[in-house]
Design a protein around this ligand. Structure first.
Ligand code: SAH
Length: 315
């Protein structure tokens, strides 16, 4: 999965195969920009502050967030150093057209120490998983070895399950979120993760590929499609707490965006662009309605210990 995705992101325009919230509506990046400004105030307005985005895609989210910050929170805007975590050279070039002053990184390790706000939309779902299947004789792990699909007897996940059950575990995602939580616990700040997944512990085969907007066989033609799996939010919360950071949510994306003014902002944009208002309304509904992205997608926040409830995560 890891090798196939590296090849895919290095050679393809992923946005010809799928679209994401910031590409659907500018209000998404604007809300994240406003949210970050409030978080910065709650952090005590440190200068400078790193605004980090993992897997920034086309750079649209950050462009929209920065434009809004400059307008409504100029002190925050001028305190920001933008850092992008991106492995694809092709996407880095695209991002630099929209956010020319960013500093690019391969991973978390080279980020500067100090207070930070990290954003990650549809990033964790692209990290590789391991997949276990409960057979009659016990757990097997299935994966690709030397170009072949194999099933190998394995210790399997910690729990037992009915024969035929599939359980997915992402050690890479677990280690990534633990490293984020450790930084935040030590250096202060918050991380906002938006992605699709389950809250009940992961059970079932969620490994999938999208090609030209349609589901494709994830094992056919490796490197030609984006491979993803649902994010295990329960495992994520455990990994965060183990590092001494706090975790908030998950909250369904539709509810979270609604609390942060999705409909008010959409109405304001509609009033300014009456000829586009139908399209803007449809875009907002796509992000928030439970039958579209509103429920499967969830928002989770990681903060330094002792932090007050971040905007949208109030109980
Ligand atoms: N956040 C963007 C893009 C999501 S697609 C949006 O919402 O539109 C996933 C992004 O993560 C792409 O930019 C991809 O190149 C990047 N990516 C995937 N795996 C990565 C990895 N292991 N390290 C860094 N970036 C990665």
């Amino acid at each position: 999965m890891s090798a196939a995705n590296n090849a895919y992101y290095a050679t393809h325009d992923p946005f010809s195969d799928f679209t994401t919230a910031p590409e659907i509506a500018q209000v998404f990046g604007e809300i994240l920009g406003a949210w970050s400004a409030v978080i910065w105030q709650l952090m005590g307005a440190p200068v400078p502050v790193a605004l980090v985005e993992a897997g920034p895609g086309r750079g649209t989210l950050m462009q929209d967030a920065l434009r809004l910050a400059r307008r409504v929170a100029p002190d925050f805007a001028s305190a920001i150093d933008v850092h992008f975590i991106e492995t694809s050279a092709r996407l880095r070039a695209e991002q630099s057209r929209r956010v020319p002053d960013a500093v690019w990184h391969e991973g978390l390790d080279s980020l500067p120490r100090g207070p930070s706000i990290l954003l990650a939309n549809e990033f964790l779902d692209a990290l590789p998983i391991r997949q276990f299947v409960r057979r009659q004789a016990g757990w097997v792990e299935r994966f690709v070895r030397d170009g072949r699909f194999v099933e190998v007897p394995s210790g399997g996940p910690e729990r037992d399950a009915a024969v035929g059950s599939v359980v997915e575990v992402s050690e890479v995602a677990g280690a990534w979120i633990a490293a984020v939580a450790r930084r935040i616990a030590l250096d202060g700040g918050a991380a906002l993760i938006l992605d699709y997944g389950t809250t009940q512990g992961r059970c079932g085969d969620s490994f999938q590929a999208l090609h030209a907007g349609k589901p494709a066989n994830p094992l056919a033609d490796p490197g030609s499609a984006d491979l993803t799996a649902h994010v295990d939010f329960a495992a994520m919360a455990k990994a965060v707490r183990a590092q001494g950071a706090m975790v908030w949510g998950p909250i369904p994306q539709g509810i979270w965006l609604g609390r942060l003014g999705l409909w008010e902002r959409t109405a304001a944009l509609n009033a300014a662009n009456p000829q586009q208002s139908h399209a803007l309304q449809l875009a907002a509904m796509r992000l928030a309605s439970p039958s579209r992205m509103g429920e499967l997608f969830k928002a989770v926040c990681v903060t330094q210990p002792g932090f007050p409830a971040p905007p949208g995560f109030e109980v």
